[in-house]
Design a protein around this ligand. Structure first.
Ligand SMILES: Nc1nc2c(ncn2[C@@H]2O[C@H](COP(=O)(O)OP(=O)(O)OP(=O)(O)O)[C@@H](O)[C@H]2O)c(=O)[nH]1
Ligand SMILES: [Mg+2]
Length: 230
């Protein structure tokens, strides 16, 4: 098989997870990979202290021109922002370096993980500014809002879409500003791969709409350098 042919039969998807501490970033990464590769647990201190990359190949994930295409998924997990133990500058530097090392040219898509069951307030604003500082204003066109803890909405007996329609303030503004919308996940389910499949498909759709262009990091002079990080 020639290189061109091999490339036709594979599809790369590089996903960057961003979110506040304990929002469910690592658990969402696990759902995407269908594994428990990323350490994920309840913690007051925050679990993920540095970026971590995991990958998985899904043979025959989709069909193209009658041929099976394998999905080559890479997921970069990151420390939460704004963090409790690491300074904002430290997290920014870690994420910028992690993304640069993991993905030549940047990720295809950002999964912005936000808890569906808690209000989106000042921390949320800081998170959005963080994404903008990392990638510039173009970040929104490469981002899918991933609403974790969806089961809490279900348990309250509220229809998920209705729940979002009732939102107001900063969360409503965020929702309205993201052209690719949102996706609910319930990361506590035992069948990770089933829960992850629809999320993967949505992330691929975002990537396809962007014609597989990557999201480039902002020029490094607008990001903290090692010497300036406390
Ligand atoms: N019920 C429920 N629990 C979740 C969900 N997502 C994450 N959790 C739980 O929330 C806690 C934190 O999840 P993590 O995946 O470690 O979150 P994180 O954002 O990676 O956390 P840090 O690395 O500490 O920033 C864990 O106990 C998870 O099991 C979800 O969708 N539903
Ligand atoms: Mg984590």
């Amino acid at each position: 098989m020639g290189t061109d042919e091999a490339e036709l039969q594979t599809l790369a998807l590089d996903v960057l997870l961003l979110g506040a501490p304990q929002s469910g970033k690592s658990a969402t990464g696990n759902v995407l990979l269908g594994s428990r590769d990323f350490p994920s647990s309840l913690s007051l201190a925050g679990v993920t202290r540095e970026c971590q990359l995991h990958r998985r190949v899904f043979p025959g994930f989709l069909r193209r021109r009658g041929e099976e295409v394998a999905l080559h998924l890479r997921v970069l997990d990151t420390p939460g922002y704004p963090g409790c133990l690491l300074s904002p500058e430290r997290v920014k530097q870690a994420v910028a370096e992690g993304a640069e090392q993991a993905f030549a040219g940047g990720p295809h898509v950002v999964a912005l993980v936000v808890r569906a069951d808690v209000p989106f307030c000042e921390d949320g604003h800081q998170l959005l500014r963080f994404a903008e500082e990392l990638f510039g204003p173009g970040w929104k066109s490469h981002t899918l809002l991933v609403l974790s803890h969806a089961g809490r909405v279900d348990q309250a007996g509220i229809d998920r879409e209705e729940y979002l329609r009732q939102s107001s303030g900063p969360f409503h503004t965020l929702l309205a500003s993201l052209e690719h919308g949102y996706h609910f996940v319930e990361n506590s389910v035992p069948w990770l791969q089933t829960e992850g499949r629809t999320l993967l498909e949505k992330l691929l759709l975002v990537t396809r709409r962007n014609r597989y262009r990557r999201l480039q990091l902002s020029a490094s002079d607008s990001l903290p350098s090692k010497g300036t990080v406390r």
